[in-house]
Design a protein. Structure first.
Length: 123
């Protein structure tokens, strides 16, 4: 079994055009997005290992925020998660697995978390 490094960015609040119902389709919906990416890693990390041996957390944040098109309506939040996964796979060949959790903040009534978790593996 090979070693993997898990990079994580959790609880990003993002406004995304998403939804099926008429009250959802014309306004951005608040989503809480968390991303975990498994990447291939070197044999060891020594004190002066450069960032290029790992991956910047900014790349994960970008995939879940500014890389999401502002003018595209995603009918399902699953499509939002797929877009995040694909952005990370395309950006770095070392990314082997991406997990995206999306919570729909606008539909919670009593503080519960309602959403999805998607896991995609590089093919």
């Amino acid at each position: 079994m090979r070693d993997l490094l898990k990079l994580q960015v959790h609880d990003l609040e993002v406004e995304v055009l998403t939804g099926i119902y008429s009250e959802e389709t014309h306004l951005p919906q608040p989503l809480r997005i968390s991303v975990t990416a498994d990447i291939d890693m070197p044999e060891r990390f020594v004190p002066d290992t450069p960032l290029s041996a790992s991956k910047s957390y900014i790349d994960l944040k970008h995939a879940a925020t500014t890389a999401l098109p502002k003018d595209v309506h995603f009918t399902l939040i699953e499509a939002v998660a797929d877009h995040v996964c694909e952005t990370l796979f395309v950006s770095d060949a070392r990314v082997q697995r991406v997990e995206v959790q999306i919570i729909k903040l606008a539909i919670a009534e009593n503080g519960e978390s309602i959403g999805i978790t998607m896991v995609r593996h590089r093919r």
